[in-house]
Structures are given as structure tokens and as C-alpha cells.
Design a protein around this ligand. Structure first.
Ligand SMILES: C[S@@+](CC[C@H](N)C(=O)[O-])C[C@H]1O[C@@H](n2cnc3c(N)ncnc32)[C@H](O)[C@@H]1O
Length: 292
């Protein structure tokens, strides 16, 4: 039974193929079906058959389970019925490559190693299709994890649920504790925090025609062009840029053109005032300052 927004199922239960990589616990699907009591249940990305076994056990005779594995392509094919409840559990980008599970490549496989924006575009297409197929009042329960990948010298965090488009109203956001994760077993050091949770978003279709679509966009900006930056922030950043040790001339050059400097005839005086006033700036010699 779902009691609150934290889901924790230490075992996956006897449903579906336990060896199917990236499968989910049947307890989650069982709880969702018992809570929402759908008349027409559809499972998208059904994988190793977890949802099918649960539905059968609960006596749902008309449920539909769709996956590339059984010849249904989420990017090309229509949802064959009109559901009041859809559970979908897409690949977490290319973390598990389902080509290997099927034994054959498919260009529409969402787990192909494509660029992140391309993965998000594919996911958006499927989520839009699922939302459109819902009858009014229907729900889409969407299970997804976060991803972290090494990019050059750091680990990049990808929040798929935040980067994808949201179709319809978010009715609930539940956090599911993840068990048996490979990364959880590794002994990470330093500031690295292993991901031990997944997200279950429940979207509801509240209106026949109108829907909210929400998406995030990343803008690349220069800190010097921000409104809320202070002179102290700017000067510290400029000293950092010069290897943590900069002359006043370096600072003038680096901050010339900053938004705060453009309408201020006394901007050079401002810079001098900052390095003299704040304790993070150490005077190394006349006109030269360092930060730790
Ligand atoms: C995370 S798994 C689902 C696991 C499932 N919940 C279970 O318990 O076994 C993701 C599934 O998405 C399927 N898939 C990837 N791209 C697809 C596409 N374009 N159309 C249909 N299924 C796709 C894969 O074959 C894989 O089975």
C-alpha cells in the first residue's frame, strides 16, 4: 500500500523476469494498480514482464504491455487502446543498453548511446503520446532515475525528470529507494554521493483539451552580465581567473564591460575599494592582490 511519498521495496517479488536488467519491483506496480483501480491499464516499456505478471495476478484481463521486445516501437507505433492508467518505465538513457538484452540493434531504442538532448527529445515524444492517449481523468505514472556520468575531469549529474517536458498536471512526486544498485556498492570517496533513489511522477489529465506543458531550458551566461552579482563577487572571480593573484590592471581589464561597470563612471574605484575592504583579498605587493 502506498502510505506516503517515500517508496521502499527491499525485494522485487516474484513477478517478471528477475534476470532482466533494470527491471522494477512488482510491488510498485501492484500498489499503483490497487490504488488507482484502472479499467484499462497500459504498461509502456514493459521489459521483462513484471507488470504483465502483476496485472494477471490481480485479475486484470485486458491490460496491455508494450515494448520493443515484443515488437512495439514507442516512437512509431500508437498506443492500441484508450487507457485510464499508464505505467511507464523507460531506459535511464544509455545506462543499460537494451540492444544487448534483445540481441539486436534498433534505431528507436531509447537506450542507444545518443547525445543527451537526443535522448530527451525521444522521451518527450513518448510522454506526449502517452498523455494524449489518456482518457479524461486518466493518469500516467512515470518511473525514472537520475544519471551521473564522467565528463572530462568531473562527474556530470543529469536530472532526466527535470530536463524532460512535463505533459499535464503533476499530481504526485514520489521518491523510491533504489536497492541493489551497482554504484551503491562501490566505495566512493570525496564529495561524490551515490544515487540511491528513483522518481515516480504521477501526471493526471484534468481537462479534455487543455494541458500545461512544462520544460526547462539552460542558458549560458557570463557571470559579469548578471543583475544580482556584487562587486565583491566580480572581483574575487577576476582574481581567480588570473591564477588567484592579480594586479589592479588585470582586474580592470577583466571587468571592463561587466554590466555593473557599464553605467558606473567610478567602477575602477569600486574595484580598489573591494580589494581593500574584504578579508579574502590579501595584498601581496603594491597593486597586486591574491585570494586563497
Ligand atoms: C527500464 S526497462 C523496463 C523494465 C521493466 N519495467 C521490467 O520490470 O522489466 C526499459 C525498456 O524499454 C524498452 N525500450 C527502449 N526503447 C523502446 C522503444 N522505442 N519502444 C518500446 N520499448 C523500448 C527496452 O526494450 C526495455 O525493455
Amino acid at each position: 500500500m502506498i502510505k506516503d511519498s517515500i517508496l521502499d521495496y527491499p525485494s522485487r517479488g516474484h513477478w517478471g523476469k528477475a534476470s532482466y536488467r533494470g527491471n522494477c519491483t512488482g510491488y510498485l506496480i501492484k500498489d499503483l494498480l490497487e490504488k488507482y483501480q484502472p479499467k484499462q491499464f497500459v504498461e509502456v516499456f514493459s521489459g521483462g514482464g513484471t507488470g504483465q505478471d502483476v496485472a494477471k495476478e490481480l485479475g486484470l484481463t485486458n491490460s496491455v504491455h508494450l515494448d520493443l521486445l515484443t515488437g512495439w516501437d514507442a516512437l512509431k507505433d500508437d498506443i492500441p487502446v484508450q487507457p485510464d492508467f499508464v505505467f511507464s518505465h523507460p531506459p535511464y538513457w544509455d545506462i543499460i543498453k537494451y540492444k544487448d538484452m534483445r540481441g539486436q540493434y534498433d534505431a528507436d531504442d531509447l537506450s542507444n548511446p545518443v547525445d543527451y538532448p537526443d535522448f530527451i527529445r525521444m522521451l518527450d515524444k513518448v510522454n506526449e503520446k502517452i498523455y494524449a492517449s489518456l482518457i479524461n481523468g486518466g493518469r500516467h505514472a512515470f518511473l525514472m532515475g537520475d544519471v551521473r556520468k564522467r565528463v572530462n575531469d568531473h562527474y556530470q549529474y543529469y536530472s532526466i525528470i527535470k530536463d524532460m517536458a512535463w505533459f499535464g498536471d503533476l499530481e504526485s512526486h514520489l521518491v523510491k529507494v533504489q536497492h541493489n544498485v551497482t554504484s551503491g556498492r562501490k566505495g566512493y570517496h570525496g564529495s561524490f554521493i551515490p544515487i540511491m533513489h528513483e522518481h515516480l511522477l504521477i501526471f493526471i489529465k484534468r481537462s479534455i483539451w487543455q494541458l500545461g506543458i512544462k520544460y526547462t531550458k539552460t542558458f549560458i551566461r557570463d557571470l559579469r552580465q548578471l543583475q544580482q552579482v556584487t562587486w565583491r563577487d566580480l572581483v574575487r572571480a577576476a582574481v581567480e581567473q588570473h591564477g588567484r593573484r592579480a594586479s589592479l590592471k588585470d582586474l580592470y581589464e577583466t571587468l571592463d564591460g561587466a554590466k555593473k561597470a557599464v553605467n558606473n563612471d567610478h567602477w575602477r574605484e569600486q574595484i580598489r575599494a573591494v580589494v581593500q575592504r574584504y578579508p579574502e583579498f590579501e595584498r601581496i605587493q603594491s597593486g597586486v592582490y591574491a585570494v586563497a
